[in-house]
Every structure is written in C-alpha cells, then in structure tokens.
Design a protein around this ligand. Structure first.
Ligand SMILES: [Zn+2]
Length: 255
C-alpha cells in the first residue's frame, strides 16, 4: 500500500526538532509520497534541502501563498517564474485567496493567483489552490482563467456540495484533509456523493491535525486518520482508498 500526502509543509519550523524521525514515521506507515507546497522565497532553500534528503519521496511545488502576497509580490512572482524555468516542479502553489487573515490585499491576491495560473498553464503543471473565506473570490478568478490547461487541486476543501461541484467543473480535484474527521466539519455529510476519482488526501501539516489530534501539531503520519475516515464515508477499505487516491495524485502531478 502506498499512501500519498498531496499537501504537507514538511520544511516548517514546527518540525525543526524532529523532522527526520517525523518523516521516517510516516514512511514506515506507507505514506511514501509527499507533495510540498511553497509559501514564499524564504523557504526555498529548506525545500531543496528536504528534497535532497528524501529524493524518492519529496515532490516540490513553486508558488506564492495568498497570505504572503504583500507589497513585494511582483518580485516574489518573478522568483517563482525563475524557479519554474530552471528546474522541475510538480505543481504551482499554493496560490489562491485568503480573506480570513487579511481582506485589504484582495486585489493583489487575485492578481497573484491569476498570474500563477498562467505560469502553471505555460509549464503544463497543475495549480494547488488555497481558499479560506473566499469561495466567490477564488471562483471569480477561475471563471476568468478557465479552459484548456487549467487543472489541479482545491486544497483542504471545506465548502458545500454545490461549491464542490463548481470546483470540479474547473478540472480541480478536492484535497481532503483533517477537516473530514471533525465533528462539525460538514464535508463528511456529502463527500460520499463525490466520485472517488475526484479526491486526493492531504494533511496540510503542521496545521489542521485530524481527530483525535485536533488542535495539536499535525504531521504526515496522521494521514492514516484521514484515510480511515474517508474509507468509512465511502464504505470502502483503507487499502482501496489509498490505491485510488494515489492513482489520482499521479494523474494530477504526473509522477
Ligand atoms: Zn498549505
């Protein structure tokens, strides 16, 4: 069995004390593929170091996170563009819109999002979307950029059934993480109606730990909790869900 964590920030400072052991714990539990979203240029070196340490398991993205879209965002996007021209990445992201932390940057967040979609299309890569309190604002950009070459993952999907349908209509798969295990997370109520071909699994570590670790530091090992919950929702087995969602991740990221 191979389980794929399609979204995990393994380079985060939260893992400075035990990074290597934490990654090995996950690998020992069959979580063998880690897709690593970018945040901004300050993390690039740490991401490359991680890839060097676990070359078979680590797959990097290049991008600018919406909460890090500040006055200097054009310089940051130029760095992303340069990275994409210089070497292999598996996706552009994470990008999108976050209105939970800062509403004042909406315009430049949308501009940076649209720009990254165009970069992804140019490099024939998927985009990985972060959306927090901003479904309308994310859909507005996707509506404008939709069409050939647009595909990817709607990471940490937490919307309604209707919003899920709309995300799928833009050729996105839904990234299902810890929220599916929460009592008030709501997505478990309709998830079973979404075809299994349309979902991938993720932790978003170190954030959003699944039950029973809710509120604690999340790590990739806890993807097992997500896997078991998703298997229960679909009336399937963890082995079958691991197989299908790993295959889906291969279809998206090309590896
Ligand atoms: Zn993330």
């Amino acid at each position: 069995m191979i389980i794929t964590d399609t979204h995990t920030h393994l380079y985060s400072e939260s893992f400075n004390e035990d990074r290597e052991e934490m990654i090995k714990r996950a690998i020992d539990a069959n979580i063998k593929r880690f897709f690593i979203p970018a945040i901004d240029s300050t993390y690039i070196e740490d991401m490359y170091a991680l890839e060097k340490q676990f070359p078979e398991n680590i797959f990097l993205m290049a991008g600018l996170h919406p909460t890090h879209v500040k006055e200097n965002f054009r310089e940051e996007l130029a760095i992303v563009e340069k990275q994409l021209n210089e070497r292999k990445f598996y996706a552009v992201g994470e990008t999108g819109v976050d209105l939970y932390w800062d509403k004042s940057t909406l315009d430049i967040q949308q501009e940076a999002f649209a720009y990254q979609i165009r970069l992804a299309k140019k490099h024939k890569l998927p985009i990985v979307i972060h959306c927090r309190d901003a479904f309308d604002e994310v859909f507005e950009v996707l509506e404008q950029e939709k069409g050939e070459g647009l595909f990817g993952v709607f990471h940490c999907f937490t919307g309604t059934f209707e919003q899920a349908q709309q995300a799928l209509s833009y050729n996105m798969k839904l990234g299902i993480g810890g929220v599916v295990t929460f009592k008030n997370g709501k997505i478990d109520r309709f998830l079973g109606q979404i075809p299994l071909s349309e979902i991938v699994l993720e932790t978003d570590a170190p954030y959003l730990a699944p039950a029973p670790y809710r509120g604690k530091r999340n790590e990739s090992l806890y993807l097992v909790e997500v896997l078991e919950k998703v298997a229960a929702v679909y009336g399937s087995t963890p082995e079958e869900i691991a197989k299908i969602t790993t295959r889906n991740s291969r279809d998206i990221f090309g590896v």
